[in-house]
Design a protein around this ligand. Structure first.
Ligand code: AP5
Ligand code: MG
Length: 222
C-alpha cells in the first residue's frame, strides 16, 4: 500500500506511522525524521533545514522533494510506503503525483488524523524524543518511557524537540492551516481521503486507522 498521513503537528502521525508501518509491512518515511537525522549528522542539508524548522516554517520544496524522492526510490519502498509529513503543500502533492505517474503507480489512501488544538498543545508540551532516532516518541504522562529520560527502544537519551517551544508551535499550526490543509481538498478530489479521530488511547487510534485503510481494500475488491 502507498499511504500519506496528514494532520496537524502533534496529531500523532509519527506515533501511528510506526505502528501502521509494522502492521502493513511497509517503510515509514518521515521527512521530519530525515531532516532531524541530517541535523544530527551536521550535513549541509541539515544546516539548511534547521533554520526553517526552528522557526516553524517549511523547508523549501526543492530540497524537500529531492530528499523524499531519494528515500522513496530505495528498494525497501518499492512494494509500498507510509509517508508522514510529506507532502505538506499543494506543490509537493503535485510533485508526488508526477513522481508516481512516472513510475506507473498510485496512492491508495490519505489518512487524515483529526485532533483539537487544545489536545495538540498538551501532546506537544509533554513530547520527548530519542537522540538516536527521532521516530522513537514518548509523552511524559500519556505514553511515558519505563525509565524517565531513557528510550524504551534503544536506551538513548530522551529530549524535547527544539521546535516544540510555545511560539514555534503557534507558527507550525498556522503553517499547517494555510499550507498543508489545502492538500486534503486536493486529495478529496481524487477520492483518497479517510478522516479519523486521533483522540483516545494510542491502540484505539491504530485500530481505527487500520479499519479506515481496510475499507479502501474492501472497496477495491467490490
Ligand atoms: P515534523 O517532524 O513532520 O513535525 P509535525 O508535522 O509538526 O508533526 P509532529 O512530529 O510535531 O507531530 P506528530 O503528528 O508526528 O505527533 P507525534 O506522534 O509525535 O516536521 C518538523 C519540521 O520539519 C516542519 O515544521 C518543517 O520545518 C520540516 N518539514 C518536515 N516535512 C516537511 C515537508 N514535507 N516540507 C517542508 N518542510 C518539512 O505525537 C505527539 C505527542 O503526542 C507525542 O508525545 C506522543 O507520545 C503523544 N501521542 C500520540 N498519540 C497520542 C494519543 N492517542 N494519546 C495521547 N498522546 C498521544
Ligand atoms: Mg512527527
Amino acid at each position: 500500500m502507498r499511504i500519506v498521513l496528514v494532520g496537524p503537528p502533534g496529531a500523532g502521525k509519527g506515533t501511528q506511522a510506526v505502528r501502521l508501518a509494522k502492521e502493513l509491512n511497509i517503510p515509514h518515511i518521515s521527512t521530519g525524521d530525515l531532516f532531524r537525522a541530517n541535523i544530527s549528522q551536521q550535513t549541509e542539508l541539515g544546516k539548511l533545514a534547521k533554520s526553517y524548522m526552528d522557526a516553524g516554517n517549511l523547508v523549501p520544496d526543492e530540497v524537500t522533494i529531492a530528499m523524499a524522492k531519494d528515500r522513496m526510490e530505495q528498494p525497501d519502498a518499492h512494494p509500498g510506503f507510509l509517508l508522514d509529513g510529506f507532502p505538506r503543500n499543494v506543490s509537493q502533492a503535485e510533485a508526488l503525483d508526477e513522481l508516481l505517474k512516472n513510475e506507473g503507480i498510485k496512492l491508495d489512501a490519505v489518512l487524515d488524523l483529526e485532533v483539537s488544538e487544545d489536545e495538540v498543545v498538551k501532546r506537544i508540551a509533554g513530547r520527548r524524543i530519542c537522540r538516536n532516532d527521532s521516530s522513537h516518541v514518548f509523552h511524559v504522562t500519556y505514553t511515558p518511557p519505563k525509565v524517565e529520560g531513557v528510550c524504551d527502544v534503544c536506551g538513548g537519551e530522551l529530549y524535547q524537540r527544539d521546535d516544540d517551544s510555545e511560539d514555534t508551535v503557534r507558527t507550525r499550526l498556522e503553517v499547517y492551516h494555510t499550507q498543508t490543509e489545502p492538500i486534503i481538498d486536493y486529495y478529496k478530489a481524487q477520492g483518497l481521503v479517510r478522516t479519523i479521530s486521533s483522540l483516545g488511547p494510542v491502540d484505539e487510534v491504530t485500530t481505527r486507522a487500520l479499519h479506515a485503510l481496510k475499507r479502501d481494500e474492501d472497496d477495491e475488491k467490490k
